[in-house]
Ligand binder design. Structure first.
Ligand code: HEC
Ligand code: HEC
Ligand code: HEC
Ligand code: HEC
Ligand code: HEC
Ligand code: HEC
Ligand code: HEC
Ligand code: HEC
Ligand code: HEC
Length: 406
């Protein structure tokens, strides 16, 4: 008896183990609520907060697809991102490449699929903004540009989108016509176009409920924006608790590890008398990176400019005549030209804002000094326009001469 057992010991162990593994896998795939053990690698910073919701992206539930194409379609991405990409008139929408005239561009890169450039769970090939193609990929389609555009002839392809000149999707603040309109502006605008101050009508609710859904019953606009950003994105899922600093990938205060990111994180009944609580002091309770810590020594703070954390990260927006505080805290964060257009240029000239935003050290110091570099984009657009001639060329030439005369 013991002899037979000995003889079959190894196969038996193997059988038990693989049976166990199969049962475990079956359990993971079909039964377990938590499927994170099946993740093939680290999820991007973009989606780490919701990675456990596999079905949000893996909409095709066929088992074999989990190992091959992973069953992730454009529709899944569009369910959450389509509206925003459309809002800023995407320069390279999928639609553009469905046009047979542009089929030639797809030979080297499949621009019809979001996951060509935005793969997941693969930290080795992933850069900023969940981009998983090498940064010189513009070359696949725009090799002619470097040869034909005078100002671009000495440039390398990996600078197109890394130097604050172009983005793949959102180019609203980088289009030549926009740059030309703002040529020659000085550091501070003479007539800043600040959004009008909103009358503060006190909330009839005592804020005693900790449930964000309770607040949303009267403030659905704030809630639906909140769910689109890094603060509220988990609340888009019934099963997920609000985000807490202990789950964050950026530096946070230990004392706030378990502070729930819901409406009351910034609107607390006991802080109603602090006018800066929601827009600034609440932020300090959790955030602890260099940029945050430097804010109180920056001119925006020390010179009483009225700029708070929320001025930049949760700006007031005019939506069809209604002034709304945008509760999507990452709507204008990356690429940061979004913020140039909807925040900085309320007060500063475009050139100054671009110079500031392309300086990594100023981002870190929270804009504690004037920028030293000069972004060449506006000047290039101006030179090209003057060379081509026409009405606007005259205006630009005059501004250029006035600036050189100074
Ligand atoms: C935010 C969207 C998103 C979420 C959430 C998500 N994934 Fe993925 N996953 C992707 C994308 C995108 C790919 C890459 C597809 C490709 O490149 O073919 C992928 C690929 C995979 C792959 C295949 C890797 C390979 O080498 O082909 C596995 C396995 C996987 N995911 C498992 C999971 C599991 C398990 C979960 C939940 C715990 C999950 N994913 C959650 C987007 C997501
Ligand atoms: C050919 C490459 C490529 C393809 C295809 C692509 N993207 Fe992007 N995407 C990028 C790059 C590069 C960035 C970084 C910012 C930029 O350059 O616009 C980016 C940034 C983003 C951002 C964040 C920044 C922003 O402006 O909102 C979102 C969201 C996004 N992509 C969604 C999508 C979706 C959804 C699809 C499919 C419909 C898609 N992308 C297809 C290259 C691509
Ligand atoms: C359930 C909703 C949801 C789905 C599905 C989803 N995303 Fe996202 N995505 C978000 C949220 C929320 C953020 C974080 C907010 C932000 O950074 O603006 C984000 C961030 C991003 C970013 C980075 C933006 C940045 O600022 O760094 C990119 C790129 C992106 N998503 C592309 C995709 C692609 C491609 C897919 C499909 C594979 C996809 N997303 C699926 C909700 C979603
Ligand atoms: C898959 C091919 C493809 C890739 C990759 C690609 N483009 Fe384009 N791009 C096009 C096509 C096609 C057009 C439209 C050309 C036209 O209408 O004349 C275009 C238009 C543009 C325009 C001008 C029009 C506009 O709407 O803003 C700029 C600027 C631009 N691309 C920059 C870039 C940069 C920078 C990159 C890399 C970050 C890039 N493109 C990557 C194919 C591509
Ligand atoms: C019964 C409906 C109702 C509920 C529930 C409610 N509010 Fe309000 N709230 C209002 C109204 C009405 C105003 C005044 C008009 C306006 O600004 O929209 C207001 C104003 C506000 C303001 C701006 C004025 C101020 O006092 O700072 C904030 C912030 C606010 N509410 C937050 C919340 C939060 C957080 C919750 C949940 C804890 C909540 N509200 C629940 C109806 C409600
Ligand atoms: C209750 C704690 C808490 C408070 C209060 C808070 N935050 Fe956050 N914040 C977070 C957490 C957690 C994240 C998600 C970080 C992550 O996903 O790694 C975050 C993300 C962010 C991001 C996005 C960072 C990135 O790299 O994508 C910005 C910007 C931000 N917060 C600004 C603010 C501002 C401005 C305030 C005040 C108006 C504020 N926060 C108040 C906890 C907080
Ligand atoms: C990260 C901080 C933060 C969080 C979290 C937050 N708010 Fe706000 N909220 C602000 C700031 C800043 C303002 C504008 C200045 C002020 O009221 O002090 C504001 C203003 C408001 C207003 C009045 C202005 C408007 O938008 O019309 C309402 C209503 C409001 N918030 C509701 C909510 C609700 C509902 C939630 C949860 C879904 C929420 N807030 C979560 C920071 C926050
Ligand atoms: C004048 C505008 C401005 C002010 C004021 C400001 N920020 Fe920022 N913040 C930015 C810009 C721009 C970025 C960088 C975006 C990028 O990645 O290019 C940023 C980045 C961040 C990030 C992300 C850091 C990371 O490591 O990913 C956090 C968190 C943040 N800010 C919080 C705050 C807080 C909290 C305050 C107030 C104490 C504040 N900010 C004040 C403009 C501002
Ligand atoms: C509400 C108006 C306002 C907004 C919005 C604003 N600023 Fe400022 N900023 C000021 C004022 C006022 C000063 C102080 C100027 C001075 O005293 O010379 C200043 C100072 C600065 C400085 C330091 C200049 C120096 O000489 O030390 C930088 C850099 C800067 N801002 C960049 C930005 C950027 C980038 C943005 C957008 C992300 C922005 N600001 C948004 C009003 C604003």
């Amino acid at each position: 008896m013991t002899k037979t057992l000995k003889r079959y010991r190894l196969p038996l162990i193997w059988l038990l183990l693989s049976g166990g593994l199969a049962a475990y896998l079956y359990y993971l795939f079909y039964e377990a609520a938590d499927k994170t053990a099946l993740l093939p690698g680290r999820t991007t910073d973009a989606h780490h907060q919701i990675e456990m919701e596999c079905a949000a992206c893996h909409t095709d539930e066929k088992l074999e697809n989990v190992f091959t194409s992973a069953g992730v379609t454009n529709e899944a991405c569009n369910a959450c991102h389509k509206e925003d990409l459309a809002n800023f008139s995407d320069s390279h929408p999928v639609r553009k490449f469905k046009n047979p005239e542009n089929a030639v561009f797809l030979q080297h890169i499949d621009a019809l699929n979001c996951i060509t450039c935005h793969s997941e769970h693969n930290a080795k090939i992933t850069g900023k903004m969940a981009v998983s193609v090498p940064s010189d990929y513009c070359a696949h389609c725009h090799d002619v540009t470097l040869r034909t555009v005078e100002s671009h002839k000495d440039l390398a392809f990996d600078t197109c989108s890394t130097a604050g000149c172009h983005n793949y999707h959102d180019n609203i603040s980088l289009e030549p016509s926009y740059l030309l309109r703002h040529f020659g502006e000085s550091k501070m605008l003479l007539d800043p176009h600040l959004p009008p101050a909103k009358d503060k009508v006190p909330c009839p609710d005592p804020w005693s409920s900790t449930s964000s859904q309770h607040c949303a019953s009267c403030h659905d606009t704030e809630m639906s924006d909140f769910k689109k950003g890094k603060h509220g994105m988990r609340l888009a899922f019934k099963n997920l608790s609000p985000m807490t600093p202990d789950k964050a990938r950026i530096p946070m205060k230990n004392s706030a590890s378990h502070a729930a990111m819901d409406c009351r994180a910034c609107h607390q009944p006991e802080k109603k008398t602090d006018p800066l609580f929601a827009s600034q002091n609440a932020c300090y309770q959790c955030h602890d990176d260099e940029h945050t810590r430097n804010f109180q020594s920056s001119p925006h703070f020390t010179r009483n400019t009225g700029v708070t954390c929320a001025t930049c990260h949760m700006p007031a927006e005019d939506r069809e005549g209604q002034l709304v505080i945008n509760h999507d805290n990452t709507a204008n964060l990356r690429p940061n030209e979004k913020m140039i257009k909807n925040v900085c240029t309320d007060c500063h000239g475009l050139q100054f804002a671009m110079d500031s935003m392309t300086s990594p050290s100023l981002l870190k110091s929270n804009f504690s000094s004037a920028p030293t570099g000069t972004h060449p984009g506006i000047k290039w657009a101006v030179d090209a326009k003057i060379k081509r001639g026409g009405d606007d060329a005259k205006r630009l030439q005059e501004i250029l001469e006035a600036l050189q005369g100074n």
